[in-house]
Design a protein around this ligand. Structure first.
Ligand SMILES: [Zn+2]
Ligand SMILES: [Zn+2]
Length: 128
């Protein structure tokens, strides 16, 4: 099961709930491949076929087009140039920027997309 985090602005009403980590079906290769699009999908599928170990999870990321935070799919494998591939914005399908996370998977420094206030994150529950 993965964890749901709630991010909220310390100054305004902005808040989002984001599923991070690994869901119940996230270790099945066909589900992992489905989480990616275009070239990323091809690279993930090729890496899996190479037989190298891989790891998949979701991490909070920021879309500069939507000006909002979403969970982004992340695929890690030695078979990938640079070691990892990040998927696209689930809404506009543009590649996003992954937010730095601490060891517990919580976002590092995030700024509110509305007012640039500091974002506070907390555990909101678990997801399958
Ligand atoms: Zn704000
Ligand atoms: Zn977007």
């Amino acid at each position: 099961m993965g964890e749901t985090i709630r991010i909220k602005c310390s100054k305004c009403d902005y808040s989002r709930e984001i599923n991070i980590g690994q869901g119940m079906f996230d270790n099945r290769s066909e589900n992992v491949i489905k989480s990616f699009e275009g070239d990323e999908k091809k690279h993930v599928s090729t890496a899996m076929e190479s037989g190298e170990a891989w790891n998949f999870y979701r991490a909070p990321g920021f879309c500069v087009v939507c000006n909002d935070y979403y969970p982004y799919p992340v695929f890690e494998s030695e078979a990938i140039d640079g070691g990892c591939i990040i998927g696209r914005c689930p809404k506009c399908h543009i590649a996003g920027t992954q937010v730095e996370t601490d060891t517990a998977g919580f976002p590092g420094s995030m700024k509110c997309p509305i007012c640039s206030g500091e974002i506070i994150s907390e555990t909101a529950g678990m997801w399958d």
